[in-house]
Design a protein around this ligand. Structure first.
Ligand SMILES: [Zn+2]
Length: 453
């Protein structure tokens, strides 16, 4: 029987096939940072593009921005991150290891919800590594600090942004006046964010450097609850439409005591990970008017919307769907992974959605025969402007199909001796493994149609 997917198998596949490498591996790596290889960067791009298409391109009411990672530090005072973006940590007096206090408590959901909330030290117990005594919990701010300019003093302190959202809030007025949107409307952004997690882990599940896909959707106060519902449904369907199995997804309502300081209501979309059970892959929060009011207060600028019908200024409420690209990457990989018995051997196949697969079509000559290589190269050249492709003529055709299955390539195009006579090639389908002969002249059109489905 084919085996279950373990974290070791996944990490090994990601390294072997060029999806994810440990950052600066030749120096022993660095905790919580990962590099994306040739397949990984493409999968990541495809995820971001699918998101952008769904939330910006196809919608009449959302526009995009790309704000700087380093912002005026007043932003983080206003947002509350300087005061409250902290996790309680404890040190072991024996082995000196450091832990997130909440992670030593039972229950994952409790663990996800502690920002700013004190944890009773009595419940913590002993060091899970060595059994040693733990210090009392201390709050540890998760923002990375740096200095802007040549002088390292208090006046030059700045932070790597811990979320992309604030870049949207502080540009609210710029966007409003430059594109003249009417409420309700949204601003979307994809970009890097940084959190100095005390204990990063589970591969790319919790990174210190990661990428976010966030929308701040501004609505009239009073319509926020309805819009919240609409976005929960919209975002849940996005995951389904990209092939995630429904039985692996769940919506989870945050309990009152785990809500962030800015949130009226938050619902998480969770995925059932083989190593962590159900865990958040996207959060959809009702951030109320908290952020716009705070930035207005701290900056002295008016951040309101003028309602022409009512003739009054309003501070919009905000619905925020927020997902992590890296965690989405992990989710799509895990959900696509399958092992099957095919003719007495185990086939590993990534059933990635066609729009996400890093390679869309692979061109494979049946062998390295000198009569087959030139026409196969010509077919490759023909396809390259239209699709992400790969050419492979090393080892047996069976081995090459397996390699393409393992990176999720939906179609393999094979050039054989019949091709020399009839100008037909074989298209092999990744999932059904069925093969069909098609004329080279129709190949671009046919692959285009298949990949659109
Ligand atoms: Zn210890």
């Amino acid at each position: 029987m084919p085996g279950e997917l373990t974290m070791d198998k996944l990490v090994s596949l990601c390294k072997r096939r060029g999806f994810v490498f440990q950052s600066s591996e030749v120096y022993g790596g660095i905790g919580g940072f990962w590099d994306y290889g040739p397949m990984g960067v493409q999968l990541k791009e495809n995820i971001k593009r699918a998101w952008w298409k769904a939330v910006v391109q196809e919608r009449p009411d959302v526009v995009g921005i790309d704000a700087a990672i380093v912002m005026n530090p007043r932003v983080w005072e206003a947002s509350g991150h300087i005061d409250t973006f902290a996790d309680p940590m404890v040190d072991c007096k024996g082995c000196k290891r450091r832990f997130r206090a909440d992670e030593l408590l039972e229950g994952k959901h409790e663990a996800e919800s502690v920002h700013g909330r004190p944890i009773a030290e009595a419940k913590l117990g002993a060091c899970p590594e060595c059994g040693g005594e733990l210090t009392a919990p201390r709050m540890f701010n998760l923002m990375f600090r740096t200095y802007v300019g040549p002088v390292e003093d208090d006046a030059s302190v700045a932070y790597l942004r811990p979320e992309t959202a604030q870049g949207i809030f502080v540009n609210f007025d710029n966007v409003l006046t430059s594109v003249r949107k009417k409420l309700p409307f949204g601003i979307a952004q994809v970009g890097k964010a940084f959190r100095n997690e005390i204990t990063p882990g589970n591969f790319i599940f919790r990174d210190r450097e990661f990428e976010q896909m966030e929308i701040e959707f501004f609505v009239h106060p009073g319509t926020d609850e309805e819009w919240h519902e609409r976005w929960i449904e919209e975002r849940f369907n996005w995951w389904l439409n990209l092939g995630i199995r429904k039985r692996k997804l769940e919506l989870r309502e945050h309990a009152a005591e785990e809500l962030s300081h800015y949130s009226k209501r938050t619902v998480d979309i969770e995925y059932e990970f083989p190593f962590a059970g159900f865990a958040e892959i996207e959060g959809i929060a009702n951030r109320t008017d908290f952020d716009l009011r705070r930035h207005a207060e701290y900056s002295g600028r008016e951040l309101t919307y003028f309602d022409e019908e009512k003739g009054e200024h309003v501070v919009p409420y905000v619905i925020e769907p927020s997902a992590g690209v890296d965690r989405a990457f992990l989710t799509f990989l895990i959900d696509a992974y399958a092992e099957e018995e095919v003719r007495d051997e185990t086939r590993v196949v990534l059933r990635l959605h066609r729009s996400l697969a890093p390679v869309q079509a692979a061109v494979l000559p049946l062998s390295r025969n000198e009569r087959l290589v030139p026409p196969a190269q010509q077919v490759w050249e023909l396809l390259r402007p239209h699709f992400m492709t790969q050419y492979d003529d090393a080892q047996s055709i069976g081995r090459r199909y397996r390699r393409q299955d393992e990176i999720g390539t939906p179609y393999c195009v094979t050039v054989d001796f019949d091709t020399l006579k009839d100008q037909d090639v074989t298209i092999r389908d990744r999932d059904s493994m069925e093969q069909a002969r098609v004329p080279i002249a129709n190949l671009i059109k046919l692959l285009g149609e298949k990949l659109q489905k």
